[in-house]
Write a protein that binds this ligand. Structure first.
Ligand code: URA
Length: 268
């Protein structure tokens, strides 16, 4: 019928509005809710709940989980082992609401490693970091200085599961993820690191300074497991640049710094 949305268009409309979870099979006109309808709605919710997989065992307390995270991360001797021990890590509640874990993308032997914040909706669906709109901008930014995840860059995030509704990760989620991202950096052993956005920069540098102060300034990054420090450059997050295109000039200056440093090290 003319003017009506196709099912695919309707689903896209829901997604655009941020509706990305299915709670029941039937739609409900809440303007016409009667007592009978409320009863039917509760029955639907109960049926839906009954059809869900059995509840996962409770997440262990944060302190225990932190010890577990550190021990697991330390024990990982390769990227495959790190991925496997993260898959198996039950201490972070985000894994319950995410579709899948998002580990990394790009060339594991690359000399340049990028670390972003956390997967969004597209990354959660596809299982790779930075594949949504901001990821596409990131790819164009990298391409402008001769970098790409297909040839010379490795990309991951501090957090490996999507925070529901793309909310900011909490301090405890970041703390529980730090042992894994630190080990991830040790195993990739890059010559240059890029922190994409304020959350990644603050988490890895353990600072409360904002990205406006941090961006464009090289800092030395070192974990206990690294023999020497690696130069790291915080950049504006591409999602921020999409919202604030006037900042793209500063981001371009930062990218040129990255290109020059990579050229000086003969890795570009
Ligand atoms: N933003 C991030 O920081 N990481 C992603 O993977 C996607 C969006």
């Amino acid at each position: 019928m003319e003017g009506m949305l196709s099912p695919a268009q309707l689903l896209q409309f829901y997604l655009d509005c941020g509706v990305d979870e299915l709670l029941g099979e039937d739609s409900i006109n809440r303007f016409e809710l009667t007592e009978t309808a409320v009863g039917a709605l509760s029955a639907t919710v109960m049926q839906t709940t009954a059809a869900l997989p059995p509840a996962l065992p409770p997440v262990t307390g944060t302190i225990e989980a932190l010890g577990d995270a550190r021990e697991r991360a330390r024990g990982a001797a390769s990227l495959d082992e790190l991925r496997a021990c993260l898959e198996d890590f039950k201490g972070i509640a985000l894994r319950r609401t995410a579709t899948q874990m998002v580990f990394a993308d790009g060339v594991p032997s690359a000399k340049i490693m990028l670390v972003g914040e956390a997967p969004g909706g597209d990354e959660d669906r596809i299982g790779r970091p930075f594949v949504g709109l901001s990821g596409q901008l990131l790819d164009r930014m990298l391409e402008s200085i001769g970098l790409s995840r297909q040839s010379n860059v490795y990309i991951t995030n501090v957090i490996n599961w999507r925070p529901p509704g793309n909310r900011a990760p909490s301090d405890s989620e970041i703390a529980l993820s730090l042992p894994f991202i630190e080990r991830h950096i040790e195993l990739v052993n890059p010559s240059l690191l890029v922190f994409v956005g304020g959350v990644a920069a603050k988490a890895l540098l353990q600072t409360s300074n904002g990205i406006t102060r941090l961006r464009g300034r090289w800092v030395d990054y070192k974990t206990d497991g690294m023999a020497a420090a690696v130069p790291a450059l915080p950049l504006f997050h591409p999602a921020y640049l999409l919202r604030s295109p006037a900042q793209k000039g500063l981001a371009w200056a930062d990218l040129l710094q990255l290109r020059d440093r990579a050229r000086a090290l003969n890795i570009l």
